[in-house]
Design a protein around this ligand. Structure first.
Ligand SMILES: Cc1cc2nc3c(=O)[nH]c(=O)nc-3n(C[C@H](O)[C@H](O)[C@H](O)COP(=O)(O)OP(=O)(O)OC[C@H]3O[C@@H](n4cnc5c(N)ncnc54)[C@H](O)[C@@H]3O)c2cc1C
Length: 411
């Protein structure tokens, strides 16, 4: 059964079904056998607050198994050796993965190549030499990367970055600070955004370039991790770059045009986060429905009380709308359209609808909803984050309103 009236291409549904079989055969058993690790922050993080060696090994194992099964790079572009499946497949696969696995946020982002951590379209702009050095290991899932754009003084307005790449005889020396760089504590490579032309950057006319930097380069230091929600550790790094030497092969895309790459990455991230919000929301909603049909209070199943069932109906309605928006935005992107308004709307709406659905599922479960065991709180935290990360709700509303005011009134 499906609630969607139009048929998805068979190659997309085949891929989704294949990924789900892989998840069932390889990922679910590993999550089950790693419960102690995943549920206990003392095991999940090391003394510096980074993922422990055991956690990193589990993540790498999942990436590599997915690559061996042919799923990891299925949506990466053909230019870098991927399966080139496009945005719709990317959306549908991620939605299905999150729908099945829900709150297991440490593991899920690694099941197929994530736009910022794995081989993605960002690397099509890397030089032949850079690809020679990084791609083979990244395509097999052995290594990963991270995306270093945001800084302590530059978030929504990324043009405010201060990191500078100063020309030397043979290349550049990069100095500055990055904040919120997800996966920096673990990644082997980082795409670092830095100002290469201060005058152009000040005029907001380019002047920012992207460089692919091995994280073990002298001067590249993950100073600390950012801890969220009272956790004992984290996966976002605060990075210091001090005279990090880079050569021309490390330039990603054209000099002074790094922003185009940043925006392309962010747009893939919005497809991913729309899918994730719908998938996690559906997972939570189904748990809430199951629970409401079993749990009794005042002589009846709680599902019989409209105070329980109507909010679930509302959550389902919102998730359905969000899912249609996500599918639609991905299909527009596959047609070669920018879909700035539609993709912004999809992410803006989905992350809020997904968050509300998970919150409602927690409420339906009463105290049980708050336990680590059910994982609802993990999904709740994930979705709270994506109301801020990868374009805050306000920045997306800004984009939507700019498009409307420019006359783009097609809905
Ligand atoms: C968990 C997590 C992971 C992240 N991972 C990465 C990563 O891997 N790489 C990376 O580069 N970055 C990453 N980020 C950074 C993320 O992109 C920024 O947090 C985001 O862009 C918002 O920037 P900010 O936090 O500095 O908030 P600010 O930009 O300071 O915004 C503060 C508030 O002002 C609002 N605001 C700003 N401008 C306007 C406006 N014009 N109109 C109305 N309201 C406005 C914002 O919506 C927000 O509510 C991550 C963030 C988080 C939380």
């Amino acid at each position: 059964m499906t609630g969607v009236a139009f048929a998805l291409p068979e190659e997309v549904t085949d891929v989704r079904d294949g990924v789900l079989r892989f998840v069932e055969a390889q990922v679910v058993p590993r999550i089950e056998s790693s419960r102690a690790l995943l549920d206990d922050q003392r095991l999940l993080y090391d003394e510096r607050g980074r993922y422990s060696a055991e956690a990193r090994e589990l993540i790498r194992e999942i990436r590599m198994l997915s690559a061996q099964a042919g799923f990891y790079t299925m949506c990466a572009p053909a230019e870098i050796g991927g399966g080139n499946l496009g945005h719709l497949a990317y959306y549908v696969a991620w939605e299905a993965i999150y729908h099945r696995l829900g709150g297991q946020g440490v593991i899920i982002p690694w099941v197929i190549a994530h736009w910022a951590f794995g081989p993605s379209r960002l690397l099509t702009q890397a030089t032949a030499e850079a690809r020679k050095r990084c791609l083979a290991d990244m395509m097999t899932g052995r290594t990963s990367m991270c995306f270093g754009l945001s800084e302590p003084g530059a978030g929504s307005d990324a043009s405010m970055i201060k990191t500078r790449a100063v020309k030397t005889g043979t290349g550049w020396k990069i100095s500055g600070r990055k904040l919120w760089t997800t996966n920096a504590p673990t990644a082997e490579w980082c795409i670092v955004f830095a100002i290469t032309d201060t005058e152009k950057a000040a005029r907001k006319a380019g002047g920012i370039s992207a460089f692919l930097v091995p994280t073990d380069t002298k001067g590249f230091v993950v100073e600390s991790v950012v801890r969220l929600f009272g956790h004992a550790g984290g996966h976002e790094g605060a990075v210091v770059l001090e005279n990090v030497e880079v050569e021309p092969w490390q330039l990603v895309g054209e000099i002074d045009q790094g922003f185009k790459i940043a925006l392309y990455g962010v747009s893939l991230g919005r497809v991913y986060n729309s899918a994730r919000a719908v998938g996690q929301g559906r997972w939570a909603l189904e748990m809430a429905i199951d629970y409401a049909k079993q749990r009794e209070a005042f002589g009846a199943k709680i599902a019989e009380y409209q105070g329980i069932s109507f909010p679930l109906a509302e959550a389902a309605t919102e998730l359905h709308a969000a899912h249609l928006m996500g599918l639609n935005a991905a299909m527009l992107l596959d047609r070669g359209e920018k879909a700035l308004k539609e993709l912004s709307m999809a992410k803006f709406y989905s992350v809020q609808a997904g968050f509300r659905a998970v919150d409602r599922a927690i409420q339906t479960h009463g105290g049980m909803g708050l336990t680590n065991e059910l994982g609802l709180v993990h999904a709740w935290q994930d979705l709270r984050i994506v109301n801020i990360a990868d374009g805050t709700n306000e920045i997306l509303a800004r984009m939507i309103s700019q498009r409307l005011l420019a006359g783009d009134l097609d809905l």
